[in-house]
Structure formats: C-alpha cells, structure tokens
Design a protein around this ligand. Structure first.
Ligand SMILES: *Cc1c(COP(=O)(O)O)cnc(C)c1O
Length: 390
C-alpha cells in the first residue's frame, strides 16, 4: 500500500456531504455525523505507516455498526470488552478469531460465553482473572497487561490496569501450568498520548519480560501496543507517521529484526476525526452587571449527552460557531441538565463571536470517538446522542 505525502495530513469529513445530509434529513440537534471515508483513510494510513502491526479496532471508541462493518471490510481485527461488543463485531461480519477480549475485568460467565462463540484471545493482569480464564477458556491465548505510567496522555488509563513486570512474569509462567497459552504482553500508554516516545518506555519493560520468561522456558509470541494515538483537537499533535516511526525504532532497538507478532488497538485515532457534532445554543447569559463578566453559553448537549471527555476539561474539541463571524470574547460553555457538574469548559475560555444568538449552532469537530458511546440513557430526559454514518 502506497501512501503519499498528502496522507500525512489529517483528513476531516467532507463539509459538502455533511451539509447535504443535514438538509436532506432535516436533522435536529444534537447529533453526531460520522464520515466513514475518514475512518477508512485513518485505517489505511495506520496500516501503511506501521505495516508490522495487525490492527484491532477498540470498539468502545465508536460502536456504530456501520463503522465496524467498514472496518471488517478493510480486514481489521477487534478489541472488545463485553459480550455485547463481541456480538456487535460478529454481527458486522468479524470472525471469532479476529476478536480479542482485552478487558482485564470480566465476569467468568462472560468469558465462557465468548469462548463458546469461538473467541480465543483474552487479557488479564491478575491471578484471579487468570484462574477464571483457565476454568472457562481452556487452551486460549492469554496476554498480560503491564502497568505503565501514561505520562503525556490527555486521557490517562493508568493505575487501574496492568501489573508490574515481576508479577507479569510469574503469572505468565502460571498460565502455562494452568493449560493456557502464554501468548504475550499488552500495555496502554494512555489515550490521546501526546508524546511519541511513550511506547519506547513500555517496550523496554516488555523486552525485559520476554527475556526473563525465556530463561524460564516460556517463549512469548506477541506484543500488544494498545491504543493512544491521537485525534486532532485544539492542541496540535504529531503525525501518525511520527508515532509509527518512533514505535518502529523502539521495536527494533529492543527486539532486533526478530520481531514477535505486533498488535495495535487504535480507537480514538481511527474514528475521532471522522465525526462532527452539532449543538444548538439554548441560552446566553451573564451572572452580574459587571463589564468584565464572562458570557455563559448553554447548549442542548453536555457532559451527560455525549461530551463526557470534557471531564476536567481533558479533551478540548475544536468548536466552530456556524454562520457567525466578527469580534470575539471569552465564554464559558455548559450543558442543559440540572447538574452543576454539567459545565463543559470554564477554565479554558473559548473565544466566541459576540454576535452569537440563542438558536445558533456550534459545531464540535473530531467528535467521532468517545461521544455517542459515553452518552447517558437520558439524564433529565435529554435523549442519548444519535449517530448518523455517511
Ligand atoms: C480504550 C482502549 C483502547 C483504545 O485506546 P485509544 O486511546 O482510543 O486508541 C485500546 N486498548 C484497550 C485495552 C482499551 O481499553
């Protein structure tokens, strides 16, 4: 697969396609529109820049059946966490051998269920989980998740997941004794990882583990690089190409030419930039008569309707006021629900046109990941965010 210089630039949804879809379907905000061609572009770019790695799409980022179907067609594998996600992947046409149950926290009955459907690849990071796998998924390929620091990630996945290298070594030896196949290791350097060197640190740990286990007669065969590749929000990030070359360099440094099977589990980087989310302004107000008082802009979507990643203002979307230009001033943004936690951005002050009116629309760009799948079932009666794939 050849990728020209142009594909190093991020691809965003076609504005024309989106406007036509909105007009044809008379959509009412809030809604998420996903351009499947952007997902395809991102998949192909990753495959082209990091050809050693098999791609396992992390379904939780955007579980829309159309997204999964498009990725099945492109040859993707899938990283899932629950029986419902296994079903989604199977219904979209994925084969059980293309599915990895990467969650380290699983009910034993769910493990058994997935095993009965033919899933044979499972993650763990503790002895108790390993015992469940031995009982309910005998003979399966199992991989141990390592604890890594997640420094540099805007949405860290640290502390909760993984175990230290010495524990991983003991558990992988034990896996063999329990009749499982000690397949490899995984880690996740944190989502929206802004530092291209973070995979190198984790791969150093993985290499030490490979070596230690070889001394004990266990030859691991797989490294799972996790997710972490970024989407494009307000801060600029390095290109996929820079990440891929940093990862490749680290792989060669630690493993030489004799690489084990390499797996990557992108979520955000495949679907993030594919989405736009439109919201309507419900209210613009001030809290006092003071001249320097900041405007509050209240929208018809908030933290509970799909913008959960604004928690601690971790993810700062690119926000475009549709159809309004001219002088701007800082504004605080909030959702519509009766919960004061439902403030989107207060510390980070977006510059918004002074001409904005109630009823105007704001477009949140690069909202294809972790939005619709994070929406509550309908807190305060505000419906979950609908997804339209085009
Ligand atoms: C969420 C998740 C991913 C995807 O991470 P991104 O940062 O969105 O790419 C990959 N692997 C596992 C195990 C995950 O839980």
């Amino acid at each position: 697969m050849r990728v020209g210089a142009r594909s190093k630039l991020p691809k965003f949804p076609s504005r024309e396609k989106i406007e036509k879809f909105i007009a044809d379907n008379r959509l009412k905000t809030p809604y998420l529109i996903v351009d499947l061609d952007v997902v395809e572009h991102n998949y192909k770019t990753l495959r082209a820049t990091l050809p050693v790695a098999d791609v396992f799409y992390a379904v939780k980022a955007n579980p829309a059946p159309e997204v999964i179907k498009r990725l099945v067609k492109l040859g993707s594998h899938f990283d899932v966490a629950s029986p419902a996600e296994v079903e989604l992947a199977l219904e979209a046409g994925a084969k059980p051998e293309m599915i990895s149950l990467g969650n380290t926290i699983k009910k034993e009955e769910d493990i058994k269920w997935a095993y009965d459907y033919g899933v044979r690849m499972f993650a763990f990071d503790s002895e108790a989980e390993l015992q469940k796998l031995a009982r309910s998924a005998p003979g399966s390929k199992v991989f141990c998740r390592l604890l890594v620091s997640c420094e540099g990630a805007d949405w860290p996945l640290s502390r909760k997941f993984g175990c230290e290298v010495d524990m991983a070594r003991d558990l992988l030896i034990k896996a063999k004794d329990l009749g499982l196949e000690p397949y490899g290791v995984s880690f996740h350097v944190g989502s929206q990882q802004t530092r291209v060197d973070q995979w190198g640190n984790a791969l150093g740990q993985a290499a030490a583990l490979f070596k230690a286990l070889e001394g004990s007669g266990v030859k691991l065969q797989m490294i799972n690089l996790g997710g972490g590749l970024p989407a494009h929000y307000t801060d600029s990030v390095s290109s996929v190409n820079s990440y891929s070359s940093a990862i490749m360099k680290a792989l060669t440094k630690h493993f030489g030419a004799d690489l084990p099977r390499i797996i990557t589990e992108p979520g955000r980087s495949l679907v993030g930039d594919s989405g736009v989310l439109d919201a309507e302004i419900v209210l613009i107000s001030k809290k006092s008569y003071a001249d320097d008082e900041t405007r509050w802009i209240y929208l018809d979507i908030g933290k509970f309707g799909g913008l959960a990643e604004t928690l601690d203002e971790a993810i700062k979307y690119r926000i475009e006021p549709l159809g309004r230009k001219g002088a701007t001033a800082p504004a605080i943004m909030a959702g519509p629900s009766c919960d004061s936690a439902d403030i989107l951005y207060e510390k980070f002050k977006y510059q918004m046109p002074l001409s904005l009116q109630v009823g105007d629309k704001l477009r949140f760009h690069s909202t294809g990941a972790y939005t619709a799948s994070y929406a509550s079932v309908g807190f305060n009666g505000f419906a979950p965010l609908p997804t339209y794939c085009i």
